[in-house]
Design a binder for this molecule. Structure first.
Ligand code: 13P
Length: 255
């Protein structure tokens, strides 16, 4: 497998935006605009309360719906948390795990990311696992170490077979929501580092088959060049995914 045969995946991460009624309208518009653009998978990861209406709105279209987090326990006294079974029953197919905003603002660690990832896979969800360095780490020249360490710790105990259900998103924290984008070369290099770690863990065939996305201020202007790079198989898009017309242009760039 290589870039030509790996699945391109363009995913939107709406973060804490869109009420249920806004979500329905945005899903419908996104589906309408991206119809027939089957050169990539199209996923929208929406707030928990938007999942069921978004799934309903996406019915019969190629847009898939995902969540933005999941708890690792199956049920119990965990006020405010949502289980994998709940997400599945609402129709979510995917879940983002380990987003840097969860790590930065909500105390997520590689240990809890790993637990969430295993719980999601065991329940039958597909996972978009996020890793990426902060600015000080890049400036200190330890991007490779940080990204490699996160990938290894987050995937601890996960088998090669499970990699079929995992997408990895390389999201340099300094590029998220800042308008600063990694250069195509920086994105390719970091995604290549991640693929190298996967090769060490699972062998070349598995490493070459995993979809690795870039995320961080990807937009309709820079997507084509980023996506042209060998190791960049897709995008995880925040701000630009909230505007269906902009998101559609990124989907077009991935064809
Ligand atoms: P922006 O595209 O808004 O920079 O967000 C990227 C991101 O965090 C996607 O998960």
């Amino acid at each position: 497998m290589n870039k030509a045969t790996r699945k391109a995946v363009i995913a939107g991460n709406w973060k804490m935006n869109m009420t249920p009624s806004e979500a329905v309208a945005a899903v419908k518009k996104t589906a309408e605009l991206t119809e027939g653009k089957n050169g990539c998978d199209v996923i929208l990861c929406v707030p928990f309360v938007d999942i069921a209406p978004a799934v309903e709105a996406a019915k019969g279209t190629h847009v898939k719906i995902g969540a933005q987090n999941v708890h690792f326990e199956a049920k119990g006294a965990y006020t405010g948390e949502i289980s994998a079974a709940m997400l599945l029953e609402c129709g979510a197919e995917y879940v983002i795990i380990g987003h840097s905003e969860r790590r930065q603002y909500f105390g997520e660690t590689d240990e809890t990311v790993n637990k969430r990832l295993k719980a999601a896979l065991a329940a039958g969800l597909k996972v978009i696992l996020c890793v990426g360095e902060v600015l000080e780490e890049r400036q200190s020249g330890i991007t490779e170490e940080i990204v490699s360490m996160q990938t290894k710790l987050d995937l601890a105990g996960v088998g090669a077979e499970d990699m079929k259900n995992i997408i990895i998103a390389y999201e340099p924290v300094w590029a998220i929501g800042t308008g600063l984008t990694a250069t195509p070369e920086q994105a390719d290099e970091a995604c290549g580092i991640i693929r190298g770690v996967l090769e060490g863990l699972y062998g070349k065939d598995t490493a070459e088959s995993v979809t690795i996305q870039y995320g961080g201020s990807m937009n309709d202007g820079n997507a084509a060049e980023l996506l042209s790079k060998y190791h960049v198989d897709g995008g995880l898009i925040g701000g630009a995914s909230l505007v269906p017309e902009k998101f559609d242009k990124i989907v077009s760039a991935a064809q």
